[in-house]
Write a protein that binds this ligand. Structure first.
Ligand SMILES: O=C(O)CCC(=O)C(=O)O
Ligand SMILES: [Fe+2]
Length: 202
């Protein structure tokens, strides 16, 4: 007798296309980077959501090569030049993992009341299907992933010094967020290194 097995799609566990490297940065490297972050011009920028102006619930800075502009809501943001330690971190990603980036978004979450909502990093100025690398400093926060069609969720507690690499397919099929965690009192800084199409916005 032939038996047909039917699988309920929602119960199939799919793995998100990511890789995770705990302890990518040494304590010394983390400290050098933290000292430099203290000098970054972090800003709470204003964005438009459903026709209303809101401040983002964190602060940000955008660094990159000349011509690597990035659009956030309706605002076009030009890159600041690479600071010394951040530039070394870009070089380390190239040396250790052969990853080639030309810009980085720095997000600073002052404490667990600051967050980032559900999104994919699929802006048109990002090189299609390119890798995005995320490096974390400071407080441990959850990084939550949700599959766009099955709604399957998985979560990673990203710790200081960790590297998470989002591979091709991740932004097409999954969304991610950093939810509020009110018991967290310390700051967290995250760096997402990206490959931008130079002069996309002219
Ligand atoms: O803070 C994080 O871990 C995520 C940041 C992020 O998703 C982004 O910059 O697009
Ligand atoms: Fe993101």
């Amino acid at each position: 007798m032939k038996v047909h097995l039917f699988t309920d799609e929602s119960s199939v566990n799919i793995s998100p296309p990511i890789s995770y490297h705990r302890g990518f940065l040494s304590d010394k490297q983390q400290q050098l980077l933290l000292d430099e972050v203290a000098c970054y011009p972090l800003e709470k920028i204003e964005i438009e959501v459903f026709g209303k102006q809101h401040f983002i619930p964190r602060t940000q800075a955008w660094f990159g090569d000349i011509g690597c502009q990035y659009r956030y809501s309706k605002t076009l943001i030009s890159p600041l030049p690479w600071p010394r330690v951040l530039s070394k971190l870009r070089q380390k990603l190239a040396n250790d993992y052969a990853l080639d980036f030309n810009a980085v978004l720095v997000n600073h979450y002052a404490d667990g009341s600051e967050s980032m909502g559900w999104h994919s990093d699929d802006e048109p100025e990002i090189e299609p299907n390119s890798v995005i690398a995320s490096v974390t400093l400071g407080a441990c926060r959850d990084f939550v992933l949700r599959h766009k069609s099955t709604q399957q969720k998985t979560s990673f507690a990203l710790q200081s010094g960790d590297l998470l690499i989002m591979h091709a397919g991740m932004q097409q099929d999954w969304q991610h967020c950093v939810p509020k965690r009110l018991r967290v009192r310390q700051a967290r800084i995250n760096f997402t290194f990206r490959k931008i199409i130079p002069h996309f916005y002219g």
